[in-house]
Design a protein. Structure first.
Length: 322
């Protein structure tokens, strides 16, 4: 049993940090934090408009950068496919597939607390996130290059129930969502830190785990622009191309997240870090809440909302999503 002692008002302290995401200080009202964060994730999943984000933001951004209609123009070569991968990855930053990545910003912001931190120190955590993300993306790209058109994600079959592509999306995002909820529970001190053991040997392992989860988005992503890239990679049967293209797609996904992190942690002159440091429980609250909201959104959007759309259960639909 962990020894617990009282810390600053509103927090509970254990006797030590176990990983980057588990600081040793926990919010006193952790159950309320969990419930409110889960409700926030559910509400966002209800309000989320894929048409607005995919079509109005994603497609227009990609079209503007590429100079042509990204969704209808065929990928003509491996070179154009590599450019397409990074651009569409960046354009898809705000899709429902990738929005959970912004849950990583909260845990990252509190890592540096002095104004003397150099820019390279500010972006260093993003390097560890990329180090965990790229191997997952590259391995999946290699698998797609080998298996090709036999992948469930390649299927265009129209079924009255759960299609192979939908099943793959639900499984992939379900696992990512559950992992984020578990990390949130650990950050709030409600369960034992699952990353404590590996963090003792590799302190940056939690950031790599976060990166691996972001890389896992590609395994389930049905975003039309990624599907175009996926189908091209599958048809070429070139594992090296698949690895490079999918890695660049994931790197594009975290560009906006990275800029937001830099703005919060470096561009504000350390004000955000000082606010977090003023109360030991704030970093834990922000970290846990970010994971809870991201996990709840991912599970609700890709499990409950999909099952509701297919008629397996009831899930409320916003008027603009009818």
């Amino acid at each position: 049993m962990t020894n617990i002692e009282m810390a600053a008002p509103g927090t509970v302290s254990t006797r030590g940090q176990t990983s980057l995401f588990v600081t040793g200080f926990f919010p006193r009202h952790r159950v309320a934090l969990l419930v409110l964060s889960l409700i926030a994730g559910l509400v966002i999943s209800y309000l989320w408009s894929a048409q607005l984000v995919d079509d109005q933001i994603g497609f227009k951004t990609a079209n503007g950068i590429l100079g042509h209609d990204a969704n209808t123009t065929q990928i003509s070569s491996i070179g154009s496919g590599i450019l397409f991968a990074f651009v569409t990855g960046m354009a898809g930053s705000f899709t429902a597939c990738n929005i959970a990545a912004f849950g990583a910003v909260g845990p990252l912001v509190g890592q540096h607390q002095t104004r003397k931190e150099r820019f390279v120190s500010t972006v260093k955590p993003l390097g560890w996130v990329a180090a965990g993300m790229i191997p997952v993306s590259a391995i999946y790209g290699i698998i797609v290059g080998i298996v090709g058109t036999r992948m469930p994600q390649f299927s265009t079959a129209q079924t009255s129930g759960i299609s192979p592509r939908t099943a793959q999306s639900m499984i992939a995002f379900g696992l990512v969502g559950l992992a984020m909820v578990v990390l949130g529970l650990a950050s709030a001190g409600m369960i034992k830190d699952p990353l404590a053991g590996i963090s003792r040997r590799f302190p940056n392992a939690p950031l790599m785990v976060m990166g691996a989860l972001i890389g896992g988005f590609l395994v389930g992503r049905p975003y039309p622009l990624f599907r175009d890239l996926f189908r091209h990679a599958a048809k070429t049967h070139n594992p090296a191309y698949g690895a490079v293209a999918f890695s660049l797609q994931s790197l594009g996904n975290i560009v906006v997240m990275g800029l937001l992190f830099i703005l919060l942690s470096y561009g504000t002159g350390g004000r955000v870090q000082r606010w977090l440091a003023a109360s030991p429980g704030r970093i834990a609250s922000v970290t846990a809440s970010a994971f809870f909201i991201a996990g709840a959104f991912t599970l609700a959007y890709w499990e409950l909302r999909v099952l509701g759309r297919l008629g397996y259960m009831w899930f409320p639909t916003a008027p603009w999503n009818n």
